[in-house]
Structures are given as C-alpha cells and as structure tokens.
Design a protein around this ligand. Structure first.
Ligand code: OAD
Length: 244
C-alpha cells in the first residue's frame, strides 16, 4: 500500500466535521466473526442465504434457530477489535459522527459506539411473530429451540432483516440522510454488493462526500473511492488514528 495514503486519510478526517462510517462483516473478521461470503461463511452444508430468509423460517424454524444459536455462541466469545474501538473513539472526537452498520453482531455498541444505525437488526434481539414485540435475549445457548414468546407462546424469530425482507424504513431514511449530509464517508469491511447499504457511499459521493474505503480486497465501490486502503480494518484504522 502507498505509504502516503494513511496520512492522507487522517488529514481528510481531521478536517471534517460531519463523518459517516459504513461497516460490514469485514470489520468483525479480526474479532473471529465469520464474514458472509468468505470461506468460513458456511454452517453445516448451508449458505447464509439459504437460512436467513422468511421461507427457510416458515419451512424449518428449528433449523434456522439452530444456526442462529451457533452464531450467537460464536459471537458471545468475540470481543471488539481495534477497528471497532477506533470508530468508537472517533465518535467522541469528530463533531458529527454516525456509524451505519450492516452487522448484527452487536460489537459496535460493545466497543462504545452510541450514534449507531443497525440496518439489518441485532442478533441479541428477538421478535414475536404474533404481535411484533421486540425484546432482548442474551441466552447462550438458547433455553429452547425454537424459542417461544413468554407472553403468548407464539414463535420468536431473530430481530434481523432477512433476504427478501424490507429494511426498517425509518432506519434506512436516517442512513440516506446521514450519507447525503456527510463530508466524508468511511466504508469499512463490506463487499458493497448488498443494497440498499451498498448504495449509501454512491449517494454520499454524488452529494460531494470524500469516500475512503478500507478493505483487503477490491470491491465494486473501489473505483469510486477517493482513498482506497488495502488491508485489515483492525490494523488500518488504528494507523490512521495515530496520524489523526
Ligand atoms: P461480506 O461477507 O459480503 O463481505 C465482507 C467484506 O469484508 C469483504 O469485502 C472482505 O474483503 C472484507 N474483509 C475481510 N476481512 C477484513 C478485514 N480484516 N478488514 C476489513 N475488511 C475485511 O459482508 P457484508 O458486506 O457485510 O445481510 O455483507 C452485507 C450483508 O450481506 C450482510 O449484512 C448480510 C449479508 O447477507 C443480512 O444478514 C441481511
């Protein structure tokens, strides 16, 4: 990587008052959470796409919950890494900093980020399929699979946006507003192919924002990035912070 790029990114961020960050599974990779499309993305013989769907849940809620129980156990053993911690720190030093994440693992709030939009939900929340009531559930392992609503006995489902489902329009609206308003957008650890999240940096760029991408591999966003930092988020973000 060009050695000048780290100070360049730090300089851009230091001068900015409004910064938005968009993160994906890659920021949690160094914490041990498998990415969706990486080689560790499989469970048994299933791909995430075959389990994270309303059809899969209707067909076999037990199987889908077994997969989530496995993911919850795995994530419960993971801690935020220097990438999450650096973004939590920047929220405190940059006047207007918002973090938009596609991750459901809850590691950003654990690192201390508070101004957070969780586009795809949170794996530590469950929702009653009957009345839509959302509650926290941190049981690891789950006490029963599939879990049931303590109030009405209906099935509980993960409070997660599945393939084929609509995102919470209020959350999406705030994410697009933040993207339009920011001077700089940091795009960290996302393959930038799942919409609408992948549209946010393009929307920000059209509105005049500088785009900084951090990812070990090129993505469809890379040609649109003003600064492209090739490497792991847990190393690159602290390096930028040192120059901040
Ligand atoms: P993906 O698994 O598609 O992409 C992960 C990205 O992280 C890839 O571009 C990797 O190159 C990059 N990466 C890997 N290790 C990294 C590291 N140490 N530092 C930085 N980047 C690294 O995950 P997402 O883009 O988050 O949706 O996927 C988007 C959505 O698709 C997910 O939220 C999920 C999935 O289906 C739902 O669950 C609704």
């Amino acid at each position: 990587m060009d050695g000048e790029l780290i100070p360049k990114a730090a300089d851009i961020l230091r001068k900015a008052k409004r910064v938005a960050a968009l993160t994906g599974a890659g920021i949690s990779a160094e914490s041990g959470v498998p990415t969706f499309r990486g080689k560790d993305g499989l469970w048994r013989q299933f791909r995430a796409e075959d389990l994270a769907s309303p059809e899969a849940f209707a067909r076999d809620p037990k199987l889908v919950w077994e997969w989530y129980d496995w993911r919850r156990r795995l994530i419960a053993g993971c801690a935020p890494n220097p990438g999450h911690n650096t973004l939590a720190k920047w929220e405190k030093v940059i006047p207007d900093f918002i973090l938009i994440t596609q991750n459901v693992d809850g590691l950003h709030p654990l690192a201390g980020t508070t101004n957070l939009l969780e586009l795809h939900g949170n794996i530590w929340k469950v929702r009653c399929v009957n009345d839509g009531a959302v509650s926290d559930n941190r049981d690891v392992p789950l006490r029963e699979i599939p879990p049931r609503c303590p109030d009405c006995g209906a099935l509980l489902r993960p409070h997660i946006v599945w393939f084929g489902e609509m995102l919470d329009q209020a959350v999406v609206g705030r994410a697009f507003a933040a993207s339009a308003a920011c001077e700089v957008m940091l795009v960290v650890g996302t393959s930038a192919i799942v919409h609408p999240a992948a549209s946010l940096p393009l929307y920000a760029a059209e509105a005049g924002a500088v785009i900084i991408e951090i990812n070990p591999d090129p993505t469809p966003l890379t040609p649109h990035a003003d600064v492209s930092l090739r490497g792991p988020a847990g190393e690159i973000l602290p390096l930028i912070d040192r120059e901040f």
